[in-house]
Design a binder for this molecule. Sequence first.
Ligand code: PEP
Ligand code: MN
Length: 354
Amino acid sequence: MELELEPLRLPSDNERPFVIAGPCSAETEEQVMTTARQLANYGCHMFRAGIWKPRTKPGGFEGNGEKALPWMQQVKKETGMLTATEVATPEHVELALKYGIDVLWVGARTTANPFAMQALADALKGTDVPVLVKNPTNPDLELWIGALERLNLAGIKRLGAIHRGFSSYDNKIYRNLPTWQIPIELHRRIPDLPIVNDPSHIGGRRELIAPLCQQAMDLGFDGLIVESHCDPDKAWSDAKQQVTPDVLDYILSLLVIRDETVTTEGIVQLRKQIDEIDNQLMEMLSKRMRVCREIGYYKKEHNMTVLQTSRYNEILDKRGAQGALCGMAPEFVAKVFENIHEESVRQQIEIINK
Ligand code: PEP
Ligand code: MN
């Protein structure tokens, strides 16, 4: 279906990027107000804070719930910033609207569940609150679009998408893999839908916030949603990825905003592709090492030697032939795989000697 959209009409709509900032969770009234005042001083227009927190394991801080909603009202009253929070159930929608939250977002775990999305859409019928939909945890563009369609069919026309990356299993650079081609394809399919990047949940580490923000801007994203906390190391959730409002302001001040209608040097775009491919190579290598370690445990259990020469020769021959088909020198391919093999053997020896 074709989405029927209206512009979000936020106070910062004509700024690129529009920035939504605030802590992962509303922890205490003091933490919310201190963070909000600092962000407002830096010119931020929209404050985010999680009131209900989806946690992977039970027993963690699951948000303050309704108790924290008056703090959000206070933020709006005192600083003039609009407020945004995550809703996952019809009850959350009802309470968020009751307390005048201006923008709602749907979390990644909820987007992945069509029943939950339909329940949210039903609860939102008759309202015209803007809703931002995070990508589902799995890299499934149709599921993401399906969630947007359900809200649109319920009459929500001020829609946006948040790209927060996709879960993966192996050791990784990112907490959630960016897989940029998915939001890029979303933009191609629904050009009028604003897309906001969430570097905090993609990166999972504060040092990745700046490069991810820049990458999102270079790819033409409309906005950023960044976790910012007055005392990040003491945050009750997602401490490693939060930055203070002054660090956020510094990061934003360094952003180079390119206008997508101006053709920038081709080389910038090509280098970005190289960066993305290198990231993928690193993730693939990490996956390969995990499987090697599993083989290491197998060898240990079955009393096998780490070095199995026939298997090693088979790999070198096969990869060499594949390399030739791809137009690469066999010596180059041999070198790459010798190095990979060396590291695999090193990791397996570690396991055997454990
Ligand atoms: C959040 O924004 O704090 C959050 C829980 O995000 P996600 O749904 O992307 O995990
Ligand atoms: Mn968070």
